[in-house]
Design a protein around this ligand. Structure first.
Ligand SMILES: C[S@@+](CC[C@H](N)C(=O)[O-])C[C@H]1O[C@@H](n2cnc3c(N)ncnc32)[C@H](O)[C@@H]1O
Length: 261
């Protein structure tokens, strides 16, 4: 018997974390290597806007001994993340907050936002607000590592992605696909289907989400509005330190390494 739910994946942190949490190692290694190579200060404190379940923060705290914090709009994700910190006997906490408008009590030395979460911000005003808040929260010489998919101006773009993850008796399969791309309104409407299997149950979650679109030119123009940051390197979602990329008309995934001046 299949239970069909129409809802928001982010309201199901256990399933979200199983799906994306298994993919932490390449990002984790890459982030630490970036802190080492590009920061002009010693990185001890890190912040993740739109941190979700904290799949990367927990590793950075537990394995690398960094002091971590973050924010997310979703209360359930924040509660999941804080419960996991508590369980690991860590004092770190994240809070409910809007990444386009927030302040922090303690400045951080590095920050990251790796899988398109930034594209949840639907207006230029929110995007600028976000980058200004990030710059304000960073110490001089500190980093903001920002990974997004650009809209290529030539060639085909990636239109769907799928993931499978398993832990014990729980298996989660997911597929996300682009339902509609409106370049004038700068909106990509995405569909998401998640199948959750246990030995006795099958839940199917149907979700949609909207991402703001960025061509390389639009991203460049946005970054020019926040001169507090310099772009120190570009990588891509392969997370290879040796692969420094240049943005071509067909480039999609880019990790911008921004440094606070
Ligand atoms: C794709 S998930 C990424 C979560 C986490 N960064 C990770 O790498 O697993 C996107 C997250 O962005 C959060 N989000 C969306 N809009 C937000 C906003 N304006 N401020 C803070 N968080 C937001 C969602 O609640 C969700 O947890």
């Amino acid at each position: 018997m299949t239970e069909i739910i129409h809802g928001d994946l982010y309201d199901f942190p256990k399933y979200y974390d199983l799906l994306f949490g298994s993919d932490w190692k390449a990002e984790y290694d890459f982030l630490l290597a970036c802190f080492d190579r590009y920061a002009k200060c010693k990185v001890k404190r890190v912040f993740e806007p739109a941190c979700g379940t904290g799949r990367l923060l927990i590793k950075l705290a537990q394995k690398a001994g960094l002091e971590v914090s973050g924010n997310d709009l979703n209360e359930k994700a924040v509660a999941f993340c804080n419960a996991r910190f508590q369980k690991a006997k860590l004092a770190d906490r994240v809070e409910v907050g809007d990444m386009s408008n927030f302040t922090v009590k303690k400045k951080f030395h590095a920050s990251f936002n790796t899988i398109n979460s930034f594209r949840h911000l639907s207006t230029e005003r929110q995007a600028v607000g976000h980058l200004k808040c990030m710059a304000e929260g960073l110490t001089k010489g500190g980093l903001y590592i920002l990974g997004i998919h650009l809209t290529p101006t030539v060639g085909d773009r990636m239109e769907s992605e799928s993931w499978v993850a398993r832990r014990g008796n729980l298996q989660v399969n997911s597929v996300m696909w682009s339902k509609e791309l409106d370049l004038k309104k700068r909106n990509e409407h995405l569909g998401l289907t998640i199948d959750v299997y246990t030995p006795t149950n099958h839940i199917q979650l149907h979700d949609t989400m909207d991402y703001r679109t960025y061509t390389a030119k639009q991203m460049k123009s946005l970054l020019a509005k926040v001169p507090e940051f310099e772009v120190v390197a570009l990588h891509d979602f392969r997370y290879e330190m040796d692969d420094i990329i240049e943005i071509e008309p067909n480039t999609e995934d880019v990790v911008f390494v921004l440094r606070k001046r």
